[in-house]
Design a protein around this ligand. Structure first.
Ligand code: SPV
Ligand code: MG
Length: 521
């Protein structure tokens, strides 16, 4: 099957083919030039390198005439071997050649003996005994007839060609079938049924052909798709009509092997140096603080001389987390923070935390921290959390639970003597009566990285696809993760944090930030 660059080569391999035809026509066309050796042979070889890198199946290059005489072919064979190309097909025409279907009868053929010398030179210069040299005769294309085709094919066989390609421009298979009959299985035969495409492949199998080349079909398929898409976008001046008909970006990334790079990054880059992102959930006005939040959400209320959210942002930046995305909703114009990206949840009034989080999924990174916008904590809380290895980690305060909000049940209780033992989340609830055991309270810090990003994104999407998902909060996501069998690691802390929900909290926050309290809730 034809391919003409790394992407099409990978697509051909994924379709199940066991070999690739690096078509001269298609390679020229994708460069936007004619099939007349307008692209240099080194440009062709460079493209082949991408195709070899993208695949694990053999690639047979359509080497035209070998780009010159026997000497040019020798060098070509060496370069192809060096780049992992499995073989080359050369045709008995004169450089620069023309495509077989253009002005066919005017095409001069190479002198037979000279072409045999080229075949011998090509064979002699290979180092890998598996490197294939296919000799293609254009005798039928140029109108020299069956007898000349057979004469040349035999000469090329004797010169050492590994297979003979007999090319025909007839709409019927008769020519190549007659050739095969006379050839009588002397040596492997190859055909390119571009013109006589309606013949069942079984006919070719029965006639003894070793290889059929479908020579230009990924190129032609892509031309049509590109033309239709470009025209439609130009005409409609919008992307909405085409979006669902074209490959999603996700598919592009998959074909490029983006996953492999991500996995390699996890293996080869130090954890702390992962590219990190933060999503701060700060869309709501803040219930319980109505009197102060007429013109601004609670995150903008001043605490110790600056907005509550600024304390959080500064704490994040102190841990080198500079890509901070704050999801705003209520009074977004009042949220003025330096060095953060604001993401708006326009439906904040009708939706919950998860809907806000979903507004920021495009900002999820190799390592992503999700944090409530009304949180204050001592710097070690974040530093220690970032040092916990694991794909999904939550912070739980193991201190005495006074309130019944965000209470959690974990696999083990906080036992400082077994420092480092992995504890996992069992369930999070809004009432301790829903839990068999209560080990603490969720602090509003969720970290995910590596595969955890995919898992969280998928779970989030699944929840939001249900009606009940619209108003769901972070606990809903955590429970869904656990229910789906994913490990949510628990990182225990003991105090040194607080969230702000009431006027009293606001005063405590002042003390907390001034260092006067340790705020064990
Ligand atoms: C090619 O694919 O470039 C070929 C086959 O050489 S053909 O176009 O039929 O000549
Ligand atoms: Mg060609």
């Amino acid at each position: 099957m034809e391919a003409h660059n790394g992407l099409s080569a990978r697509i051909v391999e994924e379709a199940g083919f066991s070999g690739i035809w690096a078509s001269g026509l298609a390679l020229s066309a994708q460069f936007g030039v004619r099939d007349n050796n307008e692209a240099s042979w080194t440009q062709v070889v460079d493209m082949l390198e991408f195709m070899v890198d993208a695949t694990n199946i053999p690639i047979l290059l359509d080497g035209d005439t070998g780009y010159g005489n026997f000497n040019n072919l020798r060098r070509l064979v060496r370069k192809l071997e060096q780049r992992g190309v499995a073989g080359v097909c050369i045709e008995d025409k004169i450089f620069p050649k023309n495509n077989s279907f253009l002005q066919s009868e005017k095409q001069p053929l190479a002198e037979m003996e000279e072409f045999c010398g080229k075949i011998r030179a090509g064979k002699d210069s290979r180092q890998d005994p598996d490197f294939c040299l296919v000799a293609r005769t254009e005798a039928l294309i140029a109108g020299w007839g069956q007898e000349e085709a057979l004469r040349r094919a035999e000469a090329y066989r004797q010169a050492g060609a590994d297979a003979i390609l007999i090319h025909s421009r007839s709409n019927r298979p008769d020519e190549v079938l007659a050739f095969a009959e006379a050839w009588d299985n002397r040596h492997p035969l190859v055909i390119v049924p571009t013109k006589y495409y309606s013949t069942p492949t079984e006919v070719f199998r029965k006639a003894g052909f070793s290889l059929v080349i479908w020579a230009n079909h990924t190129l032609r398929a892509s031309i049509k798709a590109m033309q239709q898409t470009a025209k439609e976008i130009h005409t409609t001046q919008t992307l909405v009509r085409v979006e669902d008909r074209i490959a999603p970006l996700k598919e592009v990334f998959r074909l490029q092997g983006a996953d492999e790079l991500e996995a390699a990054e996890a293996r080869y880059t130090p954890q702390g140096k992962q590219s990190s992102s933060v999503v701060v959930l700060a869309a709501t006005r803040g219930r319980g603080l109505e009197s102060l939040t007429e013109t601004r959400p609670k995150g903008m209320l001043p605490v110790a001389g600056k907005p509550l959210l600024s304390h959080l942002v500064d704490a994040l930046k102190a841990e080198e987390m500079h890509r901070i995305h704050v999801v705003v909703g209520y009074r977004p114009e009042s949220v003025e923070l330096n060095g953060v990206t604001l993401v708006e949840n326009e439906r904040y009034e009708a939706t919950g935390e998860l809907a806000s989080l979903a507004c920021a999924t495009e900002h999820f990174d190799q390592e992503t921290l999700v944090v409530y916008g009304d949180l204050l904590f001592r710097s070690y809380v974040l530093r220690d959390l970032l040092a916990v290895p694991g794909e999904i980690v939550v912070v739980v305060d193991s201190g005495p639970v006074e309130e019944s909000r965000d209470v959690v049940s974990c696999s083990e209780k906080d036992d400082r003597s077994v420092f480092g033992e992995a504890v996992t989340l069992r369930k999070i609830a809004q009432s301790r009566h829903e839990l068999e055991t209560v080990e603490g309270r969720f602090v509003g810090l969720l970290l995910f990285r590596g595969k955890g990003r995919e898992i969280v994104s998928e779970t989030l999407e699944a929840i939001l696809s249900q009606e009940s998902g619209a108003t769901a909060g972070l606990p809903h996501l955590l429970n869904a993760l656990v229910e789906n069998g994913h490990r949510v690691l628990v990182h225990y802390i003991h105090g040194h944090w607080m969230d702000v929900n009431t006027l009293q909290d606001l005063n405590r926050a002042e003390d907390f930030e001034r260092g006067w309290s340790h705020a064990v809730r």
